[in-house]
Design a protein around this ligand. Structure first.
Ligand SMILES: [Zn+2]
Length: 340
């Protein structure tokens, strides 16, 4: 089959890879209906994360089951399925508490690489959620978004304790931040302040429910959040970048007693203990347990209550994967959908 392989920073190619096969009786093989490039794929693409030889890429996926292992009972060939970027058994104590991304048997789908024609999905019973019927083609991008960025934005909002009547600020205008805005709206936030300095992203943030846009960042941005909230700061802040600056911007934008939900993959973030102590904020986050939210998110998508697929502003055939990465790296695209 054909699949994306990162050979070195900036060098992603569509190579011929081995066809996946059932390796464990709990596996399923899916034929990808759509896949995409994640903001987190840009870390190794930009060389910020080390690239250790040629590595398969991609961890977001929707598709149709081709084959299942002997022990798989809850999904079957022919079904359209969505899963998270972590495979999980969904039965261990951590999973049952709602933290499937930290399942005791968790496996990273990124190591398998779903920017490809086919993929092996481990722990299929726990990982995959089937739609009741073959979904309408137009809903496929939104279902694909549920595989990672929507689930991550949703977890950011839940971790930030978003609730009706609250004021929410969102740090980061990538796909996760924008879908954090959508999640905040769905969870009833009264006011949603999005940090963004890019016009196309500001427009999408407003379409997803942002009531205010702040173009300043760092301490200047924090000062504006304070101005907008009677000097207090926001009650809920979603952090969707993962840098030192964005994390401090999130903590400083939060009022005492408020909540920070951090879902940007942390890169060299160091928190000053004294400032954290006196901030009196709640911090919660980490790799989003997308599997927890999938049934609810799929239902909202199939009933067309939400349209998270509009984060995809570039659609390319899989053989143009290199351009898909380049467009996101140069911020010409928010998120690239790839058609196998
Ligand atoms: Zn588990």
């Amino acid at each position: 089959m054909r699949g994306a392989v990162l050979h070195a920073p900036g060098d992603v190619r569509l190579d011929t890879r081995d066809d996946p096969r059932i390796e464990h009786p709990t596996d399923a093989i899916i034929r990808l209906a759509a896949t995409c490039v994640c903001g987190s794929d840009l870390w190794p693409y930009r060389g910020i994360e080390a690239v250790d030889g040629p590595v398969p890429m991609g961890h977001e996926y929707v598709g149709v089951i081709e084959e299942v292992g002997a022990e798989v009972t809850t999904v079957k060939p022919g079904q359209f399925v969505i899963g998270s970027f972590f495979a999980s058994d969904n039965t261990c104590e951590i999973c049952r508490a709602g933290y499937q991304s930290r399942c005791v048997h968790a496996e990273l789908i990124g190591a398998i690489g779903t920017q490809a024609e086919y993929a092996r999905i481990p722990l299929a019973d726990g990982t995959l959620v089937a739609t009741p019927a073959m979904p309408d083609e137009k809903l496929v991008p939104s279902l694909l978004a549920a595989s990672d960025v929507l689930g991550a934005g949703w977890f950011g909002a839940i971790a930030a304790d978003v609730a009706p009547g609250k004021t929410v600020a969102v740090v980061g205008d990538g796909a996760v931040g924008l879908l954090g805005v959508l999640a905040a709206r769905e969870l009833g936030a009264e006011r949603i302040i999005a940090f963004s300095r890019h016009q196309s992203r500001q427009q999408l943030a407003r379409a997803f429910g942002a009531t205010d846009i702040v173009t300043e960042r760092g301490d200047e941005g924090v000062a504006i959040i304070k101005d907008l909230t009677g000097g207090f700061g926001a009650q809920s802040v979603i952090e969707a970048v993962g840098t030192q600056e964005s994390m401090m911007q999130a903590i400083r934008s939060t009022r005492p007693g408020g909540h920070v939900g951090y879902v940007g993959v942390s890169h060299d973030v160091t928190l000053p203990g004294d400032e954290l102590f006196f901030s009196a904020v709640h911090l919660h986050g980490g790799p989003a347990p997308v599997r927890r939210f999938l049934p609810d998110l799929i239902d909202r998508i199939l009933t067309e209550a939400i349209d998270p697929g509009s984060v995809f502003d570039l659609t390319l055939p899989l053989n143009q994967v290199a351009e898909g990465y380049k467009a996101m790296d140069e911020r010409r695209a928010i998120k690239t959908l790839l058609q196998p």
